[in-house]
Design a protein around this ligand. Structure first.
Ligand code: CO8
Length: 257
């Protein structure tokens, strides 16, 4: 892999993916996205991994899709390449993904962070959908996920002006879980990943799926889906272990079975 660095055992049960095109501020070219898709698929199938962190570097999480790669494409080129279809794998990843964001998270970079399940940001993080400034618009979920995350008025403003949001603003709007000094964002993301990785991976997977369902369906169907997943958790040994540990006043040891 050329543009992705993978550390499968970054911490116990936690994998780290680093976007690695630093000179181009991690602009998301086709190869990087394919590598990211394949890596996530591999991690989803690795039973040792229970939580995934995606990060860039201090300067940039990702400054968007690779403009140079797209500049001369026709609509039919774009249709045939269908580069956004690789994004479906990110959405379909069943394990929890934390975006650890510092510096620029713009365009496709902001969309990538929003496709993750949670965002830990450094104080220097800047979020935005500046596509309008180069004559296009968000194409990998920006109009949908940003609107669901921060509401119509603010999303419309950001998408139509291309203005950047500071980390603090992004947090006050509910886009980001936590903002910390730049020296701390990887530590915070790792702590969060470790905390989640200590839970039953089966319950985690079922819970993630149910929360995501709330974005895709009406309340009645969502509640039905949630209940089914709750019942399904009782098929796991982890449920027996978790509840027995509570009764016996000890820490549970979840095996992912
Ligand atoms: N694509 C390609 N190259 C880029 C990109 C990009 N998105 N962003 C930065 N770079 C390159 C620059 O060209 C420059 O390269 P070089 O040194 O060879 O000229 C290098 O990275 C450093 O960038 P700057 O010199 O511009 O650094 P500054 O600190 O002056 O500015 C900015 C940083 C503000 C981030 C600026 O680079 C910028 O505005 N970048 C473009 C941001 C943008 O418009 N993003 C949206 C792109 S469109 C998009 O994402 C559509 C989403 C669709 C889904 C995604 C599918 C993959």
């Amino acid at each position: 892999m050329e543009f992705i660095k993978l550390t499968e055992q970054f911490e116990k049960h936690v994998a780290l993916i680093e976007l690695n095109r630093p000179k181009e501020l991690n602009a998301l070219n086709l190869q990087l996205m394919q590598e990211l898709r394949d890596t996530l698929k591999q991690l989803d199938n690795n039973t040792e991994v229970r939580a995934i962190i995606i990060t860039g570097n201090e300067q940039a999480f990702a400054a968007g899709a690779d403009i140079k790669q797209m500049a001369n494409k026709t609509a039919i080129d774009m249709l045939l390449i269908d580069q956004f279809s690789t994004w479906d794998q990110i959405r379909k990843t069943r394990k929890p993904i934390i975006a650890a964001v510092s510096g620029f998270a713009l365009g496709g970079g902001c969309e990538l962070a929003m496709t993750c399940d949670m965002i830990i940001a450094s104080e220097t993080a800047k979020f935005g959908q500046p596509e309008i400034k180069i004559g296009v618009m968000p194409g990998a979920g920006g109009t949908q996920r940003l609107t669901k995350a921060i509401g119509k008025a603010k999303a419309m403003e950001l998408v139509l002006t291309g203005r950047f949001l500071s980390a603090e603003e992004a947090k006050s709007y509910g886009l980001v879980n936590k903002v910390v000094p730049v020296e701390m964002y990887m530590f915070e993301a790792t702590q969060l990943a470790k905390e989640i990785a200590a839970m039953s991976p089966i319950a985690t997977m079922l819970a993630k799926e149910a929360v995501n369902r709330s974005f895709e369906t009406f309340l009645d169907e969502g509640l039905h889906f949630e209940r089914k997943n709750f019942y399904l958790a009782f098929a796991s040994e982890d449920q027996k272990e978790g509840m027995a540990a509570f009764v016996e006043k000890r820490k549970p040891d979840f095996k992912g079975k």
